[in-house]
Design a protein around this ligand. Structure first.
Ligand code: NDP
Length: 451
């Protein structure tokens, strides 16, 4: 990766030398540092105090063994992680991912992204991420419970309502958060807001389940209105994934007047030309924990199932909302999106577009809403859950949803303003990186160098 600034080059090369195997992490850092070229050029203090060099190293990484006993009485072992990346503006905050692909590179990329995302929300939360290579798929509820209890037995030593507040992510939904919270409470004897995404009977916030998907659509709607004088109304929408983010993105995009025609999972995707029937998807995925290939027979709406993930990007639509996982759109898939005449790609999943894909969108003038801005509604609402826990109150769905809408609109405008200040008018990606960075960098400068 080539930078104009010698300082940025030195930081990036050093990182590449230390962590050559951490591809996802290097990709995420490279993407942010590229956007910071003009900021570093204008603010020599960033180099003098080596703010970037400090920013790319996590404050702390915790790695631990997670032993648990399966239903056959066999002792299993997984790896557990928590990356406490940056606490300059608030306690570490970020989800836990349980998926067989989890490793340190993926968690460091997610934790790094989380720093800027959390800053963009305007709320006082630092960046962190964690998880395990445990796969909840195909496990019984009891096995998931035993794993979560063992995971939390170690994690509890390192987190707290004012220190580090984890949440859900891929493979960690309401069931897992419940088991994790129960174990934290048993160990610490404290009923505090140490996790977010909790159930409504024990401190959860209304609208948290919906927040990432709804927030993605509020962001997309506001950006379309501001930059393209357009909206979801009458548009066809391709969504990938069929998990938490995808389901509620589908709901809100439909409510805003769009027609969602695809959803997918890691095996394949469905195309429903008349619009996805979300109640069928919810029943299959949320209630039965089934597969998306069951959709056509159940919905009986003329839809078709196709094996494989990347084909979904060849489906013609106006707006594309990737909501499954990282690097799901490569340069080739992005070329198909461009050829389909897309007007916007806004990211629900974290880093779904490779650098080559982003280049294709930009060349074609497609409006590109990067994940750290477009999917920040989830963590923003988690922070609202923390506020409600602190004041021992529960706000109504409407109150939370209204705050979420305000936050997503602010993210759009703060990104546009930051981009304009550095001569990159209308670039939501550069704007999000700069706006997220500025607050964290100022806090790091103000707090001095610890030695
Ligand atoms: P879920 O576990 O609820 O759903 C994930 C979905 O993505 C499933 O449909 C899953 O299919 C699919 N998927 C997972 N891995 C892959 C893969 N390797 N290839 C293709 N499809 C895959 O997770 P969420 O909806 O919570 O998260 C989705 C994305 O959104 C992630 O990138 C996450 O980091 C991001 N995100 C989530 C937030 C939240 O609040 N939940 C907040 C901000 C970002 P299958 O069932 O086959 O695994």
């Amino acid at each position: 990766m080539k930078f104009k600034s010698n300082y940025l080059q030195e930081v990036y090369d050093g990182l590449e030398k230390h962590y050559p195997e951490q591809k996802e992490f290097l990709e995420a850092v490279g993407e942010v540092l590229m956007s910071l070229e003009p900021v570093v050029a204008k603010n020599p203090k960033l180099e003098e105090d080596n703010v970037i060099g400090r920013l790319v190293e996590p404050e702390r990484v915790i790695l631990f063994r997670v032993p648990w006993i399966d239903d056959n009485g066999k002792v299993q072992v997984n790896r557990g992680y928590r990356v406490q990346f940056n606490s300059a503006i608030g306690p570490y905050k970020g989800g836990l991912r349980f998926h067989p692909t989890v490793n340190l590179s993926i968690l460091k990329f997610l934790g790094f992204e989380q720093i800027f995302k959390n800053s963009l929300t305007g709320l006082p939360i630092g960046g962190g991420k964690g998880g395990s290579d445990f796969d909840p798929k195909g496990k019984s509820d009891r096995e998931v419970m035993k794993f979560c209890q063992s995971f939390m037995t170690e994690l509890a030593k390192h987190i707290g309502a004012d220190t580090d507040v984890p949440a859900g992510d891929i493979g960690v939904g309401g069931r897992e958060i419940g088991y994790l919270y129960g174990q934290y409470k048993r160990i610490r004897n404290e009923f505090t807001g140490v996790l977010t995404g909790k159930g409504l009977t024990y401190g959860g916030s209304l609208a948290r389940t919906e927040a990432t998907g709804f927030g993605l659509c509020y962001y997309t709607e506001e950006a379309l209105k501001t930059l393209k004088n357009d909206s979801f109304k009458g548009k066809t929408v391709v969504i990938s994934g069929s998990g938490n983010v995808a389901i509620y993105a589908c709901q809100k995009a439909t409510e805003l007047g769009g027609k969602v025609i695809t959803m997918s999972d890691s095996n394949g995707y469905v195309v429903a030309p008349n619009g996805i029937k979300l109640d069928v998807v919810k029943q299959i995925k949320e209630v039965e924990r089934g597969r998306i290939k069951e959709y056509p027979a159940r919905a009986n709406d003329g839809s078709e199932y196709h094996e494989g993930c990347s084909g979904v990007w060849g489906t013609k639509a106006d707006i594309y909302l990737p909501c499954a996982t990282q690097n799901e759109i490569d340069g080739e898939s992005a070329k198909k999106i461009v050829a389909n005449g897309a007007i916007a790609v806004c990211e629900g999943s974290n880093m779904p577009s490779t650098p080559e894909a982003i280049e294709e969108y930009k060349k074609a003038g497609i409006m590109f809403g990067p994940a750290k801005a477009a999917n920040a509604g989830g963590v923003a609402t988690s922070a609202l859950e923390m506020s409600q826990n602190s004041e021992r109150l529960s706000w109504t769905f409407e109150e939370v949803d209204e705050k979420l809408q305000g936050i997503m609109k602010n993210i759009v405008h703060n990104s546009i303003d930051a981009a304009a200040r550095y001569g990159c008018d209308g670039d939501l990606q550069i704007g999000a990186n700069i706006a997220g960075f500025e607050k964290v960098a100022n806090a790091m400068l103000a707090q001095g160098i610890a030695y």
